[in-house]
Design a protein around this ligand. Sequence first.
Ligand SMILES: Nc1ncnc2c1ncn2[C@@H]1O[C@H](COP(=O)(O)OP(=O)(O)OP(=O)(O)O)[C@@H](O)[C@H]1O
Ligand SMILES: [Mg+2]
Length: 230
Amino acid sequence: MLTLRNVNSYYGRSQALHDLSMDAPDGQIVAILGRNGVGKTTLLRTIMGLTDRSEGQIDLGGQDIGVMPTFARARAGIAYVPQGRMIIPDFTIRDNILMGGFAAGGVRRIPEIVPELFPYLMDNLDRPGGVLSGGQQQQLAVARALACKPRILLMDEPTEGIQPNIVQQIEDSIIRLNKELGLTILLVEQNVDFAKRAAASFAMVEHGTVVASGAIDTLTDDLVSRHMAI
Ligand SMILES: Nc1ncnc2c1ncn2[C@@H]1O[C@H](COP(=O)(O)OP(=O)(O)OP(=O)(O)O)[C@@H](O)[C@H]1O
Ligand SMILES: [Mg+2]
């Protein structure tokens, strides 16, 4: 279980998370929902230790990870698939994937599930990451995260700006990673239909805090229109 209690987080002197509490039970997909700019990315960055400063408790299976440097959080089993993917275009697809293993200090091997989930990547390991389409780069960012051998994946809008024909493949791979590998996934998602299909629970974020949460079947249209409609 990943538990956040009364978490504040800061960029310089500006506070982006306010007294945020939430839980991610083992083996569940938790959808992180909310409008633009409410702090969803900051929430994932805070769990990873990538904001300037944070306060409060971040606990993973009884371990207080909130006090650890980012590399130690990666080694504790948390991997991050950032918004915008952030692959290295000049590195080969192979090296982009293996960087994940490097981050976690573990074995530098391509994870077994990658050929099954993303055969195109496996067939093009020696080509530079930059030749891939946006959707393929998203797959690469997921493969890189898997190379950390994580228990928990933090995924930030994995289908944002991706051509429709590959969105389905990415959605399917997220569901498979949860079902087949038992990965806990924090999924920041604007597509409520996909969130409802994939997630067991949700956390609605507004003004840097969780304003509603619970089992996904308690995510009503009213909550969505109140906290997500523009
Ligand atoms: N590097 C940064 N430095 C200073 N302020 C930042 C930084 N990144 C984000 N912020 C601020 O923190 C707040 C939350 O931003 P964040 O990116 O977490 O929102 P978000 O919910 O992920 O938005 P989006 O849906 O657009 O991705 C915003 O007010 C934003 O301006
Ligand atoms: Mg964001």
